[in-house]
Ligand binder design. Structure first.
Ligand code: MG
Length: 188
């Protein structure tokens, strides 16, 4: 099967570092912890201008300092034996998105067949179409998941449940971690 996977908050945890840096900017009086993030937009939640947020992500090396989610390396190594793994990430805002991503994947020994980088607000439809015949797509961004259902760019869509998508009603499977995702793949 062809499995298309989002990276941030599915394969890599960048929320811990992001929270740390946002709090350093003095925003910890607004929201204490990422478990309170109830939308995908940090701009909306904190009222931080997009430009300032982007600078923070780049200057504080948020992507570089992220770490692999629990079981990410083991699960993806097992899936990679039988399936095609393509990462579809909206890290396009970062000037070295692909190089930084490849370095992190290498660091955590995560194998893959391809990486598609799309612009932050550009959507993932075109990238999924370019991959073609995607069997499963997993993301934590409810918008991207809904698009994949509406545009039929994946046979099945899966949401990695997070506080910012928990309230969104999506007509597809949900998983709480990558072991659950692996189980779901095995059952297909
Ligand atoms: Mg994500």
């Amino acid at each position: 099967m062809i499995i298309a996977m989002d990276l941030d908050e599915v394969v890599f945890n960048i929320r811990d570092v992001t929270l740390q840096e946002i709090n350093r900017l003095g925003h910890d009086s607004v929201i204490k912890h990422w478990s309170e993030w109830n939308t995908y937009s940090l701009i909306d939640m904190y009222g931080i201008p997009a430009k300032r947020l982007e600078e923070m992500y780049i200057n504080k090396r948020i992507l570089e300092r992220g770490h692999a989610e629990d079981n990410a390396s083991e699960v993806i190594n097992r899936l990679y034996k039988d399936h095609t793994i393509v990462f579809v990430t909206a890290r396009g805002w970062h000037p070295q998105a692909k190089a930084v991503t490849m370095a992190s994947l290498d660091k955590y020994n995560i194998p893959y067949d391809g990486i598609e980088v799309v612009p932050l607000f550009g959507g993932k439809t075109e990238a999924l179409r370019n991959i073609g015949d995607v069997d499963v797509f997993i993301d934590d961004n409810a918008g991207h998941v809904q698009d994949s259902i509406d545009d039929k760019t994946s046979k099945r869509s899966v949401v990695r449940t997070m506080p910012w998508n928990a309230q969104v009603d999506l007509n597809c499977a949900r998983v709480d971690n990558l072991l659950e995702f692996e189980t779901l793949i095995k059952e297909m």
